[in-house]
Design a binder for this molecule. Structure first.
Ligand SMILES: [Zn+2]
Ligand SMILES: [Zn+2]
Length: 305
């Protein structure tokens, strides 16, 4: 099995390199690399032209250059450097292990039999809920919070801040998103590409430093109005508020929606801000130190509240 896992890794490592080259050379509406690029440009133009939510400038703000590097790292380099291959190897170990116990068919319902619109709605709601739940876990579980804190230790936000996160977060999201794919036979189809367009647009948009008032829409969809409260240094609630990726319905259902209309945008960041390194390498190492280091208990309960 060890040799097969190495083979799976090597095969997928080579495959992704080729696939990456193909994606670069073939711009298309459902090509994730171009999606991210287009959404970055669109949200950046919004920041440059629309009124600002907070008074700092889009380019001169704290962390702008680092955030751009994070976008390149998360969306362009991470998968190329073997993350995709590692995820495939883990998937292989999982299916093989289940096979040993005689479980080989994971499908509980094949949604591809349904009509297109219904399929799309199911995919959209299920994936959006998984994103909500994964985000909630990142706040709820101390070990995960050490890693997610890197995203929250940003004192000035902009569109690119959404990609400023530790790659370990993928260890939560990838398996959670993998579940509907195998249980419901969610196809990697044009429906998934539409979901990606919507999900990515909202995540870049909700971090953009723009003052736009969507009024009732703030109660339905994540916007800078509500997501900035998610980044507040001091927020009500034990674990935080507004975990939504696109739909706020999950926050309403589980009691985490927070939108005080008469309050100023809060100060952003985390309680132990001074301890968080300001370099990329430092931010990659710091959570491991916190999670496995001796002082683990003192910093684990830091302001998720
Ligand atoms: Zn968060
Ligand atoms: Zn955020």
């Amino acid at each position: 099995m060890v040799l097969s896992v190495i083979d799976v890794f090597a095969e997928n490592f080579a495959f992704y390199k080729q696939y990456f080259g193909y994606m670069i050379k073939n711009p298309a509406w459902n090509n994730p690399l171009y999606m991210v690029f287009f959404i970055c440009v669109a949200t950046f133009i919004m920041e440059l032209t629309l009124p600002r939510k907070l008074p700092y400038s889009p380019v001169g703000r704290k962390g702008f250059a680092l955030d751009i590097f994070y976008v390149i790292f998360i969306d362009f380099l991470l998968m190329l450097f073997g993350f995709y291959a590692a995820a495939k190897a883990v998937e292989y170990i999982f299916t093989q292990t289940m096979g040993i116990f005689g479980v080989s068919d994971f499908l509980i319902f094949d949604i591809t039999q349904l009509n297109g619109a219904v399929q799309f709605l199911i995919i959209f709601f299920v994936l959006d809920f998984m994103q909500w739940f994964g985000h909630f876990l990142l706040h709820r579980v101390d070990f995960l919070w050490h890693f997610h804190k890197i995203h929250h230790a940003q004192e000035e936000l902009g569109f690119a801040s959404t990609r400023h996160f530790h790659w370990m977060e993928y260890l939560v999201f990838k398996p959670l998103l993998f579940i509907p794919f195998i249980l419901l036979n969610v196809p990697v189809s044009s429906f998934f590409a539409v979901y990606l367009w919507i999900g990515l647009s909202f995540t870049f948009f909700s971090h953009a430093n723009i003052r736009v008032n969507f009024k009732p829409l703030n109660y339905l969809l994540i916007t800078p109005e509500t997501h900035y409260w998610h980044h507040a240094k001091n927020i009500p609630g034990k674990y935080g508020v507004n975990f939504a990726s696109v739909l706020t319905v999950w926050d309403h259902i589980f009691g985490y929606f927070y939108y005080p209309r008469n309050k100023e945008t809060p100060q952003l960041g985390v309680d132990d801000q001074a301890k968080i390194p300001t370099t990329f390498v430092g931010q990659m190492i710091h959570p491991f130190r916190e999670a496995f280091g001796k002082k683990k208990k003192t910093s684990s309960k830091v302001k998720k509240k």
